[in-house]
Design a protein around this ligand. Structure first.
Ligand code: NAD
Ligand code: UDP
Length: 318
């Protein structure tokens, strides 16, 4: 297949480019580098199976080639207001990438009679009142809260994707991605894994927000990519959660990182962000198991062992 992927220079987009090329597909990457980096795809330049366009998905997209699939991953994705890359600090760009970017990429898919896959998020569940989160749960999002620019854009994107499926018969897929980590995460983007692992490798105190009792479930990137690839190859049109159901508190997560890196510095508890931090998050992956025969294989220790060398290299410690 010839596949267009937006957000190709980002963490997940670049791993997907690698996987798609490995499977024998031709990949056209598109990115405006607002949060991504050329470093993530530098190894692909020169491959006859990879083409790249620097472009903002919020503007009309023209690709001079017949496409078989379109994967829309372009969006700022970090919720940490302290980071310049966070969607809090790019509110309008974030809403445009989710709304106009989804409209434009759906238009490209429709014009090419191509398959479409939307990168949605566990954030569409907001601060959930149902636990674990099933795809049928409608969510608890504060429309005017600080996270709304991301959450509501993704919710709109899901609805628009299904509208194109129902009205125009576009062959769509929606993946709801839960917290994922691995090599090529931007060390400065403020998400939990890059912040905490960077601090640990530098022998610094880990910053745990609030009392660290809030929970997340962390998925290693290779597992996520496998789930997304299976979804792309399936004929499932309704949203599917992909994530690791092993839930832990952020304090436990920080302690695991300290242990794995031999960091003995005491943890620092930082005032909880005024960001409506969701208090619990764990995917119910029954649909992914049933429909895709998928479940994650890499546990946290193994995933950290695969991630640490990348962080050491970026920090000049390797
Ligand atoms: P990332 O910031 O590493 O990648 C996003 C990429 O999109 C970047 O390369 C950025 O430059 C590009 N981009 C942003 N706006 C753009 C625009 N207007 N035009 C063109 N390119 C643009 O983040 P990521 O973690 O790889 O996230 C990728 C996708 O997956 C996002 O849509 C995000 O919402 C979704 N997601 C990720 C996670 C996760 O845990 N990593 C969880 C849920 C959802
Ligand atoms: N977090 C933390 N310290 C940090 C960064 C994040 O305690 O230095 C917490 C954050 O408050 C949240 C969790 O880690 O509860 C996951 O945050 P992340 O930014 O990775 O994404 P989220 O799941 O909130 O979208």
């Amino acid at each position: 297949m010839r596949i267009l992927i937006t957000g190709a220079a980002g963490f997940l987009g670049s791993h997907l480019c690698d996987r798609l090329i490995l499977e024998g597909h031709d990949v056209i990457g598109l990115d405006n580098f607002v949060t991504g980096s050329k470093d993530n795809i530098a190894h692909l330049f020169g491959s006859q199976h990879f083409t790249f366009y620097k472009h903002d998905v919020s503007n009309y997209i023209f690709i001079p080639a017949k496409l078989d699939a379109v994967l829309h991953f372009a969006s700022p994705a970090s919720p940490n207001p302290a980071s310049p890359y966070a969607y809090f600090n790019l509110p309008i760009q974030t809403m445009k990438a989710g709304a106009l970017g989804t409209h434009n990429t759906l238009g490209v898919a429709k014009a090419n009679n191509a398959r479409f896959l939307l990168a949605s998020t566990s954030e569409i569940y907001g601060d959930p009142t149902e636990h674990p989160q099933k795809e049928t749960y409608a969510g608890n999002v504060d429309i005017t809260g600080p996270r709304a620019v991301y959450d509501e854009a993704k919710r709109f994107a899901e609805s628009l994707t299904l509208a194109y499926h129902r009205q125009h018969g576009v062959d769509t897929r929606i993946v709801r991605i839960f917290n994922t980590y691995g090599p090529r995460m931007d060390l400065e983007d403020g998400r939990a894994l890059p912040n905490l692992l960077k601090q640990a490798l530098l022998g610094q105190s880990l910053t745990v927000y609030g009392d660290g009792g809030q929970t997340r479930s962390f998925c290693y990137v290779d597992d996520l990519v496998e789930g997304i690839y299976r979804l792309l190859m399936s004929d499932e049109h309704m949203p599917v959660n992909i994530g690791n159901p092993v839930e832990m508190s952020i304090l436990q997560f920080a302690q695991t990182i300290n242990r794995m890196t031999d960091n003995t510095t005491e943890i620092t508890y930082v005032d909880a962000r005024s960001s409506r931090d969701p208090q619990r998050r764990r995917p119910d992956i029954t649909r992914a198991q049933t429909i895709l025969g998928w479940e994650p294989k890499v546990d946290l220790e193994e995933g950290l062992n695969r991630t640490i060398p990348y962080f050491k290299q970026k920090l000049g410690l390797a």
